[in-house]
Design a protein around this ligand. Structure first.
Ligand code: ADP
Ligand code: MG
Length: 242
């Protein structure tokens, strides 16, 4: 079943068209990786999907319900669609546990106790339960990014958007974050990732979308895109990474 439909979406910043009449459907439990040169619109597309940016035209639907346009409950959209960015997004003046329970207690009205219990289940799963009472600056970049993922998971999102979540990390910390994404994929979480980690994209994605100038230039299973890219631009991009 289709979870997300991006339907002829265009996004402009002034005269600059960043997303151009782009359509893309994502099925439940699917993991889609967006790849492409810097500036091709990966982040903008993800930000449009959870309404951090307003689209200029087109529609975005979740389970057939339009989430763009007027009259849409933005809190609801952001509850259903989690997003994690490149930088660690944790609040520095709150402990790991406080960071993770903030949204469910404030937005969902979950009791503090229930939220903490839930957070500890997730923190245990990623091996960071012992850091629950620590402030973010006591954690490595990789640990902070794992907590940021937990914070998104606390809302039980139906879709998780991950924007270059390993880009700010030292190379030796990348794998611990990718392990979590791999685990989420195995658990059936629907995800759209923008990533520079081609090896990882190849391994975890069901589908690779190569974006070029705000359009899906080429898409397909990882083996096809990486092993036998058809488009000239895709070939050139992949070659440039070698
Ligand atoms: P990517 O994530 O693929 O590197 P982005 O989505 O960040 O690409 O950017 C796509 C294009 O949109 C770039 O040309 C960028 O400069 C431009 N852009 C992104 N955000 C803004 C903004 N807030 N205002 C104006 N231009 C922007
Ligand atoms: Mg980006």
């Amino acid at each position: 079943m289709t979870l997300l439909e991006i339907d002829h979406v265009t996004k402009r910043y002034g005269a600059l068209e960043v997303i151009s009449d782009l359509s893309l459907g994502v099925a439940e439990h699917e993991v889609v990786c967006l790849i492409g040169p810097s500036g091709c619109g990966k982040s903008t597309l993800l930000r449009c999907v959870n309404r951090l940016e307003e689209i200029s035209s087109g529609q975005i639907r979740i389970h057939g319900d339009q989430i763009t346009g007027p009259g849409v409950d933005l809190d609801r959209v952001r509850r259903d669609i989690g997003i994690v960015f490149q930088g660690y997004n944790l609040f520095p003046h709150m402990t790991v546990l406080e960071n993770t329970v903030l949204a469910p207690t404030k937005v969902l009205g979950m009791s503090r106790r229930e939220a903490e219990e839930k957070a500890m289940v997730f923190l245990n799963r990623i091996g960071l339960a012992h850091k629950a009472k620590d402030y973010p600056d006591r954690l490595s970049g990789g640990q902070q990014q794992r907590v940021a993922i937990v914070r998104a998971l606390m809302m039980d999102p139906m879709l998780l958007l991950l924007d270059e979540i390993t880009s700010a990390l030292d190379p030796e910390l990348v794998s611990e974050v990718l392990d979590i994404v791999r685990d989420l994929a195995a658990r059936g979480m629907t995800m759209i990732l923008a990533t520079h980690e081609m090896g990882f994209a190849r391994e975890v994605a069901n589908r690779i979308c190569f974006l070029q100038a705000g359009k899906v230039y080429e898409q397909g299973p990882p083996a096809d895109i990486f092993g036998n890219p058809q488009g000239e631009r895709t070939q050139a991009f992949l070659k440039s990474l070698k």
